[in-house]
Design a protein around this ligand. Structure first.
Ligand code: TNX
Length: 524
């Protein structure tokens, strides 16, 4: 099969080469190494000519794994959006094919991880090699970023979008590169979440963690416990529109994410942050006080009753229903700020819930407090405030996800004039958000224990795409690079120039980013 697709590739390249021989175009000198790619690839070598993308360019893909063809179609759709060109995918080769983009499933040993890719750009062909469709998908994001905004209309009788020639060899530093969206404090619609995913995908994120439940709202339909959404979804911070995802909505988000090779991680935060669940079903409540709907922003007052068997059978249903519609490997159990849960109850609770998650075929992720319990080595600890929890968990074999509040909390204000955001973990201007490394942040935490990086966006101060985008962008673009690029490529001065050149994309996507003065934004 691989042999057959290579023969096809060779045949089409030959066809393309023969065609272009007739009318040799003299391209202006290009330099692949100066294109403002984010995240910066591992290795880039320029050969100074150009591939002229035009209406006769055709996309071919390996067909053994149908997901490669889907990647080809995604590329074609994005090229159409940017240039207006409508490129065929896997059309029968004919004499009109002058140039081609070939997305090839390769077992080259140089592709060391699932998301690694190689991009060879020549005058007549672009070859993208990857082991998996996920790798091919990351590779086409690089290709999208290489396509200039403006076409060159002077070289031939029709417009050409000149892609600099050369070679890019690339692979991520960390396997997990995520963002979190809190849909509990304020609800965000399916379309708002989809737009967020589109942007994350462009910068090679591979995970979206949805914080689905909190004191102020329960946002996911659970068929066996309908009051969770009938009652628990009616509130949000400050009153407001509220809402929830039906299971069909959630499945649609999962499908949309999968198309972008993004894994959805669902979170049910517990035993604290559970007021909305307890309002729906008061037997769950363990803080000894009458429960009432909550739309404030205080944390740490609620808890499930960790001693009741019925609480665990409820959780077995909830986790089971969500796990059944979640193809990804993780289920996030929360575990933060359970200030009114007795320590022994908290530990008992975490250990029991972790077993329920395992029973439903998932690995747990929990905020760093869960490391106080005797957790399984398969459980991931998400470090947000107390590094000693993370180092302890790593010693016991757990992987650590880096989300330190003072560096990665996208809900912190950028500066004193920020329109949205909180300040408890400090102001996080765009340079502070970028100028650190996940692998050296915590002393004594070996890099092998780091699963990756995740930037949380809590939503106490935002309730729509405008607010979401203001806080997330441009900071999320920097976290994408910290999670993907090699240490020597993570350099603020170099990065801020590349960030400045993201303006055409940010505008094309109508992203309400914060135009920080720390960056000399490109004029369009
Ligand atoms: C702390 S971080 C929280 C959230 C808040 C956030 C606001 C964490 C695990 N818990 O409940 O929304 O601060 O910045």
């Amino acid at each position: 099969m691989i042999y057959r697709s290579l023969v096809l590739f060779a045949a089409i390249v030959c066809l393309a080469a023969c065609q272009t021989e007739k009318k040799e175009i003299i391209f202006p000198k290009t330099d692949l190494t100066t294109v403002p790619l984010i995240p910066k690839p591992v290795k880039t070598i320029a050969t100074h000519s150009a591939f002229g993308l035009d209406s006769s360019t055709t996309i071919y893909t390996s067909t053994v794994d149908p997901k490669f063809e889907e990647v080809g179609k995604y590329l074609s759709e994005k090229i159409k959006g940017k240039t207006g060109l409508d490129l065929a995918v896997n059309a029968t080769p004919d004499n009109k094919v002058e140039r081609m983009i070939y997305i090839n499933q390769s077992d080259s040993l140089e592709l060391e991880s699932a998301e690694a890719y190689q991009l060879y750009i020549k005058k007549d062909s672009i070859l993208l090699n990857a082991k998996t469709a996920a790798g091919a998908f990351r590779g086409i994001q690089t290709l999208r970023q290489l396509i200039p905004q403006q076409s060159n209309d002077t070289l031939t009788d029709h417009p050409l979008w000149l892609i600099p020639t050369g070679k890019i060899l690339d692979a991520p530093k960390f396997a997990y590169r995520g963002a979190m969206l809190d849909v509990a404090r304020h609800f965000f619609t399916v379309d708002e979440v989809k737009k967020f995913m589109d942007i994350l995908a462009y910068y090679k994120y591979n995970t979206l963690h949805l914080h689905l439940t909190d004191d102020q709202g329960w946002r996911i339909e659970i068929k066996s416990w309908p009051k969770l959404t009938e009652i628990g979804a009616a509130t949000e911070v400050g009153g407001g529109k509220s809402g929830f995802f039906t299971q069909e909505d959630y499945k649609e988000l999962v499908r949309y994410a999968a198309e972008r090779h993004i894994t959805i991680v669902p979170e049910v935060d517990m035993p604290g942050h559970t007021n909305a669940a307890s309002v729906s079903y008061p037997f769950l409540n363990g803080n000894g006080k009458p429960v009432k709907p909550y739309s404030g922003t205080k944390v740490g007052f609620s808890t499930f009753d960790a001693q009741k068997d019925t609480v665990y059978s409820f959780l077995d249903d909830v986790i089971g229903e969500i796990a059944a519609i979640t193809p990804g490997p993780y289920f996030h159990i929360g575990g933060d700020e359970s200030h009114v849960t007795k320590k022994k109850d908290y530990i008992h609770f975490v250990e029991k819930v972790e077993k329920i998650v395992l029973k439903h075929g998932k690995r747990s992720i929990g905020w760093n407090e869960i490391a106080q319990a005797d957790i399984d080595a398969s459980t991931v600890v998400q470090l947000w405030n107390e590094p000693e929890h993370a180092t302890k968990a790593a010693k016991n074999g757990s992987k650590i996800l880096i989300s330190m509040a003072g560096k990665t909390y996208m809900d912190m204000k950028y500066d004193s004039i920020s329109e949205y955001g909180l300040t408890w973990a400090g102001l996080i201007p765009v340079d502070v958000a970028y100028n650190w490394l996940p692998e050296t942040l915590v002393e004594g935490l070996p890099v092998e224990s780091i699963l990756g990086i995740e930037a949380p966006l809590w939503s106490e101060t935002i309730d729509d795409s405008a607010g979401m985008e203001y806080l997330a962008f441009p900071r999320a673009i920097g976290y994408a690079e910290l999670g993907w690029s090699t240490t020597e490529h993570c350099d603020w001065e170099n990065y801020r120039k590349r960030l400045a050149q993201q303006v055409p994309y940010l505008n094309e996507m109508k992203i309400n980013y914060y135009p920080t003065k720390l960056v000399d934004w490109a004029k369009e």
